[in-house]
Design a protein. Structure first.
Lengths: 805, 328
């Protein structure tokens, strides 16, 4: 029966081989033979093979006639394979590419996919081969044609086209399902999986997701098709597909429609959704998190997972090791996920795990508050507040004091869940501006405030006897100034007032006047400097004076700069002695740094600068992060030093004068560095007081920097490098940042020759450590600082090479 | 160039304690000696002879508890004093006597000075803060019969009365009472009906002192804030803010309008006495002599205008006597 078409095909192929005018006839014959066999879809195994052979010779011979259209009529799978072979063959690449382009343009891709869906029986190898050919088509073509690749083969065009084809095929499948016919979808799933794993999620899903969102809206057959489509993706590609869907679904409800209960059925998908995306990765946007967790919350089967996820997240959040070693960005991500989870939990669910929540909250808040990074501390406070408000609906809730900024507000807003069916995330790109409109209506209210008893305007002219008491001539009232308590005029009076006075006004006035008094009477101050420093160090805020901390600090700086050596000796010894609060120890460090700064500046410069705004920026108020300012100073210096070729501005003549820090630098520096490893009963720098250690390290870095051009600088640098070496593996990133700043300071302050002569060993050690930090440190700032240090070293090396001694 | 402010005419020292209240009695005919009564923190009332500038008598009737209000009843021989021992004493000082003839127990723990108004020959009304925190009680003296008790409405939250001023409208109708309260409001009370006619929130802080000019129907009040508030009473007996005046330093202890209604004086926490023209509240002088809060200011009732004096008593134990704007 099949003998007729078989022979005809064989003859046609032979005619084609012979070439010449017979080619057109052969084409006709082959067409007829295919038609006789019942159309391209009905060809048997052997006929397909013969047709393949014919196509191959056709691609080789390329007769003048309409040979191209024959490829469009032939079974699409066969045609594609032959065309790709022809593409690979030397000489026929151009034509094959042309036909391929035609193949794509004429909508043969849906036909190809449909063919594969209908005949799933084909050998797995064949399927695999075709899968590869379809997915890698753009690569094949562009490899072959190099620069002359037609745009239709560009991935950004090809994959959307493929997506469109998938939709068409799915439509056909849905029709045939409605017609009662069974249909396999697994080849489409394979295609989808492979495309996604090749990194083309964006291109293909940007077509698929919106269309599927529409189609599944009210049609349960479409929903089933969609679920099946995702479920049939092989495990090895599941992650890429799920990730793509989660990122691009416009909302949790849509995601739930598209994926169904995939996470419950498929282990791999479950792992990706509940572990990988939440605990291992942290680069996803908040909208993605909301999609993901919202999806888990939308079905009762999945809610069990939601609670499990929450517990795991809390475990990570509450683990002190994670808090110490994972980057702040990840901790923020986890905190966000926890808040979103909490927003989805219902009362009975919370009830069932209240005790566990409480336990993890207590642990977590402890290790967060222990951190030196203000950001981490605040994260801990916000999350703990949220948990506590969720589990104690009627009892007292935790309340912390922290700065309300945009980040805190964003985090808190996550706790108030928008109802799941009107989520408006910006999934594809970063369009998240829609939220700003919401703030408008509230503003109108504030204008309606009632005014308390507005004064009735006095009727100016109604007084008839207007002038009668204008003969009362006023006396001079220029002395009528704001009342000020008279501050003491002598330093010794200050001591008396500050130590024993009960008069609060006088005490206040003294605190305010102390700095200027000390600066005006250096000789008198020197007589009592240590005693005064002691009093001021122990000064407690008796009344509520505005800026008391700052006033006290300025007074301390004034005393220290007036009589540096004895006072520095006193302060540094007190830093390591018993019975001081951490606050006082940190004060000591701040004062030493500020005084060093003042002493090392040229005098005329320092005078004007120091009286005003420049100081408070370094002063540490509770909760502020002054390390940023410190680092800024160092960074600025590094910039100044490293990019000197780019500067063009004229240098202003600087006032010059002797560096007063020169003679006293050692007194500031060495006592501080000596005792850090000797714990006292109340003070353990290497133990739990690592916050003070961090401040100490930063202070040392600044003192080192300020000691530039002094005599002691080389010895200081050597000691500091040893100190850094001892602490280099400290677990606290704030401390490590300080250590890296120390190295920068050493490199900048110590003259290059001395660096080479005296501390070569230490520098080489430091260099290898820096290399490690750049690669492995979890903290971004540490990596950046280390890199800067390496650059500095590099510059130093260059400088030495250019000036051979 | 304006003249520098004058110095005090003389200063009375020797009370040994902070002065809380002052009262002149200079109106009687010669040869009677003009006197000044001062009440101080140690519980003594000193009677100062203004000719010799010495203390004539020191009266001890309040158990060494601070005396914060002294008034005369008719002449300088009949005296009323209020002290922190929760008593108001009536004294007979005629012919050198120093006897307490009668006393009223106020049972009030506040600092509110009582206010005295002569309604007929030998009959006075006295308003004082009562035992209950928000209440004011009005008695008739010397009979001590209660005229009425003024209670704010329930929920008014006025707080304690801080200062009182009884006055008689010029048309001769019933006397009225102005009371300044802890919440900063001034309330006008009708005593026969026992109800508030008008309430005005003049200050954010407690009203420390007020005085009222019944001719112009205008009053002034001071608080611990930096403003003086001047308010007026219209025909419908409603209080309205008329003007406010900003001060350099916060805190007013006492305000007095001179009996001729030309000027007024304030004593402040800033140790200064301020003189203003009463008509338009033009600042006239700032008298800076004391070294602590001025607790009391008082004008004398001399018959001859040029002899009129101003006295100020301060926490610094001194009483300064000034002669200022006497030629008008």
């Amino acid at each position: 029966m099949a003998a007729g078409p078989e022979r005809a095909l064989r003859e046609a192929a032979a005619a084609l081989e012979r070439g010449g005018p017979g080619a057109a006839a052969a084409l006709g014959a082959a067409r007829e033979a295919v038609a006789a066999a019942g159309g391209p879809a009905a060809l048997g195994e052997r006929e397909r093979a013969l047709l393949g052979a014919f196509l191959r010779s056709l691609a080789r011979a390329r007769p003048a006639a309409e040979w191209r259209s024959f490829f469009l009529e032939a079974p699409p799978g066969l045609a594609l394979s032959v065309l790709l072979e022809a593409l690979a063959a030397p000489g026929s690449a151009r034509e094959a590419a042309e036909v391929l382009e035609l193949f794509l343009r004429e909508g043969r891709v849906p036909a190809l996919l449909w063919e594969l869906c209908q005949a799933p029986a084909g050998s797995p190898e064949l399927q695999e081969a075709l899968l590869g050919q379809i997915v890698c088509l753009p690569d094949h073509v562009s490899n072959k044609l190099q620069g002359k690749n037609p745009p239709v083969f560009f991935p950004q065009n090809y994959f959307p086209l493929l997506g469109g084809a998938i939709i068409q095929v799915l439509q056909k499948i849905s029709e045939s399902l409605r017609g009662g016919l069974d249909c396999s979808i697994s080849f489409i799933s394979h295609i989808l999986g492979k495309v996604c794993v090749h990194g083309r999620q964006k291109e293909i899903l940007s077509v698929l997701v919106p269309r599927l969102t529409d189609l599944t809206k009210s049609d349960c057959i479409w929903q089933r098709i969609c679920w099946r489509l995702v479920e049939c993706v092989p495990d090895r590609w599941m992650e890429a597909v799920v990730l793509g869907f989660v990122q691009r679904a416009p909302g949790a409800d849509v995601l739930s429609r598209l994926l169904g209960n995939l996470v419950v059925k498929n282990k791999k998908a479950q792992f990706v959704v509940t572990q990988k995306m939440l605990l291992l990765q942290y680069g996803h946007t908040t909208a993605v998190l909301q999609n993901l967790l919202g999806y888990l919350a939308l079905d009762s089967l999945r809610r069990a997972l939601l609670i499990k996820v929450l517990k795991e997240l809390l475990e990570t959040w509450g683990s002190s090791s994670a808090v110490k070693h994972s980057p702040p960005e990840q901790q923020q991500y986890i905190s966000k996920a926890i808040l979103i989870c909490l927003s989805h939990l219902k009362e009975p669910e919370i009830e069932s795990c209240r005790q566990e929540l409480l336990t993890s909250m207590m642990e977590g808040v402890k290790c967060h508050l222990d951190s030196n990074l203000p950001q981490i501390r605040r994260l801990g406070m916000i999350v703990a507040e949220s948990i506590s408000s969720k589990i104690n609906t009627d009892g007292p809730v935790l309340k912390f004091q922290y700065e309300e900024d945009d980040e805190a507000r964003e985090l808190k807003s996550l706790l108030v869940q928008t109802p799941p069916f009107c989520v408006v995330p910006g999934p594809r790109d970063d369009d998240r501006n829609d939220k700003t409109d919401a703030a408008l209506p509230g503003e109108l209210e504030s204008n309606k405030k009632s005014h308390p008893a507005a004064p009735v305007k006095p009727e100016e002219e109604s007084d008839a006897e207007l002038d009668s008491d204008d003969d009362l001539i006023p006396y001079d009232m220029s002395e009528d100034k704001e009342l000020k308590t008279k501050a003491p005029v002598y330093i010794r009076d200050c001591i008396e007032v500050l130590t024993g006075s009960e008069d609060v006004d006088k005490w206040e006035a003294t605190v305010k006047a102390l700095e200027s008094l000390v600066r005006k009477n250096p000789a008198a101050t020197r007589e009592v400097s240590v005693e005064l420093a002691k009093i001021v160090l122990h000064l407690e805020e008796k009344t509520c004076i505005e800026g008391f901390v700052e006033l006290r600090q300025r007074a301390q700086v004034a005393i220290l700069t007036t009589d540096p050596i004895p006072v520095a000796k006193y302060l540094t010894s007190q830093f390591y002695s018993l019975n001081y609060s951490l606050r006082q120890r940190v004060d000591i460090l701040d004062v030493l740094v500020l005084a060093a700064q003042e002493l090392s500046y040229p005098k005329s410069h320092g005078k004007t600068k120091h009286s005003d705004a420049q100081k408070p920026c370094i002063q540490l108020l509770p909760g502020s992060d002054s390390s940023k300012d410190w680092r800024k100073i160092v960074d600025e210096r590094i910039k100044n030093k490293t990019r000197r070729f780019a500067t063009g501005q004229s240098q202003v003549e600087r006032a010059s004068g002797p560096n007063e820090f020169n003679s006293v630098a050692g007194h500031f520096f060495f006592p501080l560095i000596q005792h850090f490893d000797r714990p006292l009963t109340t003070f353990d720098l290497l133990g739990e007081d690592h916050f003070v250690l961090g401040r100490l390290v930063h202070a040392l870095a600044i003192l080192m920097y300020l000691a530039v051009n002094t005599m002691a600088v080389t010895a200081m640098g050597k000691a500091l490098l040893e100190f850094v070496w001892a602490l280099r593996f400290h677990t606290d990133s704030y401390v490590r940042q300080g250590l890296l700043s120390c190295i920068s300071s050493v490199l900048l302050s110590v003259p290059a020759e001395c660096l080479l002569e005296d501390v070569t060993e230490e520098l080489l050690e430091a260099q290898s450590w820096l290399g490690d930090v750049v690669e492995k440190d979890p903290d971004g700032d540490c990596r950046r600082l280390a890199l800067q240090n390496l650059l500095l070293m590099e510059n130093l090396k260059k400088k030495l090479q250019t000036v051979p001694s | 160039m304006a003249l520098p402010p004058p110095d005090p005419q003389f200063v009375l020292r020797g009370t040994g304690a902070a002065i809380h209240t002052l009262h002149f009695s200079c109106g009687s005919q010669e040869p009677a000696v003009p006197v000044l009564f001062s009440g101080s923190e140690n519980g003594f009332i000193h009677v100062w002879n203004l000719k010799t500038h010495r203390v004539d008598t020191a009266l001890d009737g309040h158990g060494r508890k601070s005396v914060y209000c002294v008034e005369t009843m008719g002449g300088k021989d009949q005296l009323l004093s209020q002290g922190r021992d929760q008593r108001i004493c009536l004294w007979d000082l005629a012919e050198g006597r120093t006897a307490v003839t009668d006393s009223v127990c106020t049972e009030n723990v506040g600092f509110c000075r009582c206010s005295l108004l002569k309604v007929a020959q030998g009959r006075w009304l006295m308003a004082m803060a009562a035992k209950a925190l928000e209440e004011v009680q009005v008695l008739e003296l010397p009979s001590k019969t209660s005229v009425c008790t003024l209670k704010p409405e329930v929920g008014a939250k006025l707080g304690m009365p801080m200062c009182l001023k009884l006055w008689q409208p010029s048309c001769g109708s019933q006397p009225l009472l102005l009371a300044g309260y802890e919440d900063g409001s001034v309330v006008l009370w009708n005593m026969s009906m026992g109800k508030a006619l008008s309430q005005l929130v003049c200050h954010q802080e407690p009203v420390m002192s007020l005085d009222f000019d019944s001719e112009k129907a205008k009053g002034i009040s001071g608080s611990s804030e930096k403003v003086l508030s001047i308010w007026s009473l219209n025909e419908q007996q409603n209080l309205q803010v008329y003007k406010t005046h900003k001060l350099v330093n916060a805190g007013i202890c006492d305000i007095t309008i001179r009996p001729d209604k030309k000027i007024l004086a304030t004593g402040g926490w800033d140790h200064r006495i301020r003189i203003f023209g009463w008509k338009n509240l033009k600042p006239l002088a700032v008298l800076d002599y004391h070294t602590a809060s001025v607790h009391a200011v008082s004008f004398s009732d001399h018959k001859i205008p040029s002899e009129r004096l101003l006295a100020a008593g301060s926490k610094d134990h001194r009483i300064s006597i000034w002669s200022i704007y006497t030629q008008t």
